[in-house]
Design a protein around this ligand. Structure first.
Ligand SMILES: *[C@@H]1O[C@H](CO)[C@@H](O)[C@H](O)[C@H]1NC(C)=O
Ligand SMILES: *[C@@H]1O[C@H](CO)[C@@H](O)[C@H](O)[C@H]1NC(C)=O
Ligand SMILES: *[C@@H]1O[C@H](CO)[C@@H](O)[C@H](O)[C@H]1NC(C)=O
Ligand SMILES: *[C@@H]1O[C@H](CO)[C@@H](O)[C@H](O)[C@H]1NC(C)=O
Ligand SMILES: *[C@@H]1O[C@H](CO)[C@@H](O)[C@H](O)[C@H]1NC(C)=O
Ligand SMILES: *[C@@H]1O[C@H](CO)[C@@H](O)[C@H](O)[C@H]1NC(C)=O
Ligand SMILES: *[C@@H]1O[C@H](CO)[C@@H](O)[C@H](O)[C@H]1NC(C)=O
Ligand SMILES: *[C@@H]1O[C@H](CO)[C@@H](O)[C@H](O)[C@H]1NC(C)=O
Length: 901
């Protein structure tokens, strides 16, 4: 009876659900894994003196497994000594994980994780022609970050090779060089997966990373490398650098982290200078495989830039791998200050341009008299019903209609019924944005005031008409949130208190290249767009300061210490945005390259109160040829109230900020440095007073070093609470209206009394739990029914519940008779380094009558013990776990009766 414990198929859960009318909750898994596939890291051959055998280190692993009769399939091997040596293997029997653990030379085993396709917050594909008059590098994003000034100095990143790990690239795009291979902009690359790969089928690799079906990587590529002579005259940050494209996503779907590791190692062995990844998966800790590999590559002197993630809505402590990699540059997004739109022209009355929400002009020739479907500019349901019989033939009119109540397509269908196919929809206060008009392409959104003006003129009987200039009418519309941190940027810090994200770049409303068959240009938003901006910025730094690993390891510090801090809002007096969302601030690449003052380190990490390092030092170096006078100042950022007061739940984003700030005492407040001189500064930083530790306030800020020519800063980050006090296992009924954790019996009800299970059909217990915070160890053991053990979490009144699936895998450390000093009958499951569940998400465990190592559980009465290690807890101390003991579970399996799941 080799059943795949922990791998309960959905269908069984589905039938259990059918027993009781559960409400309709989403089946979201907090962390997706590939079943039975693991990345095994083995010792570096060079680390083992005298052990340089003829066989590769992975061959040793495979032979050892074969000798023990373990059925496995090698998916990939990794051989980058000094970075990562190992393999990804699929096991025929998941319980053989213990055989992997017991193989000599194995240093780490991690489950293969699924990475969702990059999911930009906004994608807007554009078509048509535009104004060729835009002056060179008037791009708002380049102006915001000093890139325009570097371009004016002839600095374009020449000689630097950047690897883009993404969906591939459309190198046939004229702005991306129009070809592939030596001599072209895209000098090389590899397709690890093929068009049809979707994350669950087999990859079909080839040498050509062309992407003409997805587009994400082409947008990313243009932000780094687009040549300026295009219809929008946009240009990449470092458009003279070379690009190498590693394609790890197919046209649609996800990928797996062993493929990402393969691509990272390929970029390393291809000796690229910079690797950039606009992808990630929520993780919370710094130790998932992609984070570890990316971090080691970064430590070797390559620059690795990675998107922080677009999970800002979920609140603090929700960072992604591989941006969690300790040495990588995790990138936050800020909103562009300007959105490129078009103006229509008004005839018949004196009125300025009417700005409409399209990147390209509507392809409508001629001059159009207007017709209003309602004379009332406050009407809520304009044109939602069929237009009146006395409506004229609208085919020669531009119809003006108010937004609201029904869909745009509904209104346009009613207008089309009267012959109208050109229309302007004016806003009703919902916001000026791109709209979906279905197949009606001669329609666009205008602002409320413009629409109200047009209707008032119409009502007054004025002879007003509109035309759509086909060139010269591109206009920069100010983005209301422009310059602020994009609210979708994921918040840090990591659960092990690393400074993530590191820096910010423009990522909201970015115009860049798109595959030619998909429209050639598009506007997208996301930390995916900010990340290549930093990769390009790093290329500019390397091209000026020297393309060496010594400079490579300094790039993050240079960008951080010269960044510009950003407010939390446009309201005067509001605090600076927390460093857990903006990092060190918006990059200023010009200053990063030309600053004559160097600060190091860029990050002062104070940690939590239990591990507090309040005394920090940093150095200030004057690299100018003249003496400089410096002053030091403290600029606190808003303190992030990371947990909602009175609850155990991290607050949703936007995370509330307070103005209770840390106190900073500096060893100097003003000093002078001669040419080349260095000074050590000591900062004593105390957590803010008067904050409520149960809200886990994350405080942060900046110590600014000002000379007469420049401003630089170091960033600090601390927690005014002890992380060990944060609750890890949710023991409320908030999410499912039933107190968690719980076991669900075959009737779909929470088990309250001793219950026997036959493990036949649906007669098995289902565990439901929720992590309100990440944990390093989640451990489930079978214990004696009469165990003398008090769980830290009380079982409370039980209620109705809902079930969802999650594919758990077994990963127990040790199969002995005790774990963390508690006597156990045997381990059932262990998962390491889990992130917290997002609000509303939870996880389930399907139990089968066998231990984690695959041996049968003898019939009898037991309890199930669930334990989660508190953050910063010691795994050998029982007191450092939160625990929950189930009611008595009777295992009553008759021979041969067990369902083979
Ligand atoms: C389920 O997810 C969908 C899409 O994300 C969302 O629209 C819906 O509100 C969710 N339903 C519940 C009950 O959470
Ligand atoms: C971010 O801002 C947009 C536009 O104002 C809004 O629609 C969205 O809900 C906000 N998201 C978060 C996470 O606050
Ligand atoms: C577009 O119209 C707006 C509003 O009238 C005006 O401020 C702007 O200057 C116009 N832009 C161009 C390029 O005509
Ligand atoms: C857009 O308007 C033009 C001019 O009236 C017309 O020729 C064309 O068919 C319209 N397109 C659609 C999709 O209605
Ligand atoms: C647009 O037109 C296509 C082809 O005529 C049709 O299949 C599709 O349903 C239409 N879409 C909408 C939103 O009307
Ligand atoms: C709306 O105003 C126009 C122009 O003054 C007029 O011809 C029309 O009758 C008005 N419609 C209604 C319903 O009052
Ligand atoms: C913070 O302290 C914890 C507990 O000692 C440690 O595990 C973690 O690595 C520290 N974080 C940093 C960034 O030093
Ligand atoms: C400093 O002086 C040296 C020698 O005169 C010169 O080569 C260098 O460019 C100067 N550096 C700066 C930053 O002015």
């Amino acid at each position: 009876m080799k059943t795949a414990f922990a791998l309960v198929p959905l269908i069984l859960i589905g039938s259990a659900v059918a027993v009781v009318p559960f409400s309709n909750l989403n089946r979201t898994a907090s962390i997706p894994f590939v079943q039975n596939r693991f990345i095994v890291e083995v010792e570096n051959p060079s680390d083992i003196p005298g052990k340089r055998s003829l066989h590769s280190p992975t061959a040793h692993l495979f032979r050892s497994l074969e000798k023990r009769g373990v059925g496995f399939n090698v998916e990939r091997t990794f051989n980058s000594p000094g970075i990562f040596v190992g393999a990804s293997v699929s096991l025929s029997d998941p319980s053989d994980v213990s055989e992997l653990i017991n193989t000599p030379g194995v240093v780490a085993i991690r489950p293969v994780k699924i990475f969702q396709a990059p999911n930009p917050v906004k994608v807007h594909v554009v078509t048509g022609l535009d104004d060729p008059q835009i002056p060179p590098d008037s791009e708002s994003t380049h102006i915001l970050t000093g890139v325009d000034k570097l371009h004016a100095q002839g600095i374009f990143g020449a000689g630097i090779n950047i690897g883009i790990i993404d969906t591939g690239i459309d190198y046939t795009h004229p702005a991306l060089g129009g070809g592939f291979g030596p001599g072209y902009k895209v000098v090389g690359g590899y397709d690890f997966v093929g068009d049809a790969y979707n994350g669950s089928n087999s990859p079909v690799p080839d040498d050509d990373p062309l992407d003409q079906c997805n587009g994400h990587g082409t947008h990313v590529g243009g932000i780094i490398g687009a040549d300026p002579d295009n219809m929008f005259n946009i240009s990449g940050v470092a458009y003279e650098s070379s690009l190498t494209s590693y394609r790890i996503f197919g046209c649609t779907g996800s990928t797996t982290d062993d493929i990402i590791v393969d691509a990272l190692l390929r970029g390393f062995s291809d000796d690229l200078d910079i690797l950039t990844l606009s992808l990630g998966e929520v993780d919370g800790w710094t130790e998932d495989t992609t984070s570890v590999v990316a971090s080691r590559i970064a430590a070797s002197g390559k620059v690795v830039t990675v998107a922080a993630g677009n999970d800002g809505a979920i609140g603090s402590w929700f960072t992604s791998g591989p941006s969690n990699g300790i040495n990588v540059i995790s990138v936050a997004s800020s909103d562009n200050t300007v959105i490129m739109l078009q103006n229509a022209t008004v005839q018949g009355v004196d009125y300025g341009g009417i700005t409409y929400y399209d990147l390209f002009p509507l392809p409508i020739p001629g001059i159009w008299p207007i017709y209003a479907t309602s004379n009332d500019t406050t009407i809520v349901d304009d044109a939602c019903d069929a237009l009146p019989d006395d409506t004229p033939d609208l085919s020669s009119f531009l119809t003006v209609v108010r937004r609201g109540t029904c869909t745009f397509v509904q209104k346009l269908t009613n207008i089309a019924a009267k012959g109208g196919n050109v229309a302007l929809i004016y806003d009703n206060g919902n916001g000026f944005t791109a709209i979906d008009t279905g197949n009606f392409t001669n329609v666009t959104l205008i602002q409320a005031a413009d629409g109200e003006f047009l209707v008032s003129q119409y009502v007054a009987g004025k002879n007003v008409s509109i035309s759509f200039p086909q060139s010269g009418a591109s206009t920069g519309y100010p983005d209301p949130s422009g310059g602020l941190i994009s609210n979708y940027t994921s918040y840090g810090p990591t659960n092990d208190f690393h400074f993530k994200p590191a820096v910010t770049a423009p990522g909201g409303n970015i115009l860049s290249t798109y595959p030619v068959p998909l429209g050639s240009f598009a506007v997208e938003s996301g930390t995916s767009m900010a990340t290549p901006f930093i990769a390009g910025s790093a290329a500019l730094v390397l091209s000026v300061k020297g393309n060496s690993s010594a400079v490579g390891v300094d790039v993050r510090t240079l960008l951080e210490t010269t960044a510009q801090t950003i407010s939390s809002s446009h309201t005067d007096g509001d605090p600076l945005q927390t460093a857990t969302q903006q990092g060190a601030g918006l990059v200023d690449v010009f200053t990063a390259i030309h600053s004559e003052t160097l600060l190091s380190p860029g990050e002062l990490i104070l940690n939590d109160t239990a591990h507090y390092k309040g005394e920090q030092t940093f150095t200030v170096q004057n690299i100018a040829n003249t003496t400089k006078s410096y002053t030091l100042d403290h600029f606190p950022a808003g303190t992030a109230i990371s947990v909602t007061p009175g609850t155990i739940f991290p607050a949703d984003g936007p995370v509330p900020l307070t103005s209770q700030y840390a106190t900073v005492k500096l060893s100097e407040s003003a000093f002078t440095l001669g040419p080349g001189e260095t000074k050590n500064i000591t900062a004593n930083i105390s957590p803010p007073a008067g904050v409520d530790a149960s809200t886990f306030p994350v405080f942060s800020g900046y110590i600014q070093v000002t000379s007469n020519t420049e401003r630089t800063h170091v960033s600090y980050l601390g927690l005014a609470a002890s992380l060990k006090n944060i609750e890890v296992l949710d023991n409320t009924n908030y999410t499912l209206n039933i107190t968690l954790p719980t076991l669900i019996d075959t009737t779909g009800n929470p088990q309250t009394a001793p219950t026997n299970y036959t493990f036949n059909g649906t007669d098995w217990p289902l565990g439901i739990l929720r992590l309100s915070f990440g944990t390093v160890i989640l451990r489930v053991d079978l214990v004696e029914a009469n165990i003398n053990f008090n769980g830290t979490l009380n079982t409370r009144a039980l209620d109705q519940l809902n079930i969802l699936d999650k594919n758990w895998f077994t990963f127990p450390r040790g199969n002995g008779s005790s774990f963390a000093q508690v006597a156990i009958v045997g381990p059932l499951l262990e998962e390491d380094l889990l992130p917290r569940n997002a609000a509303g998400d939870y996880s389930t465990i399907g139990f089968a009558p066998e231990f984690a190592n695959g041996t049968d559980i003898p019939n009898g009465s037991y309890r199930i013990l669930i334990r989660a290690l508190k953050v910063t807890g010691d795994p050998s101390l029982e007191a450092d776990f939160e625990s929950w003991l189930s009611p008595i579970v009777g295992f009553n399996v008759s021979a041969g009766s067990v369902q083979q799941f």
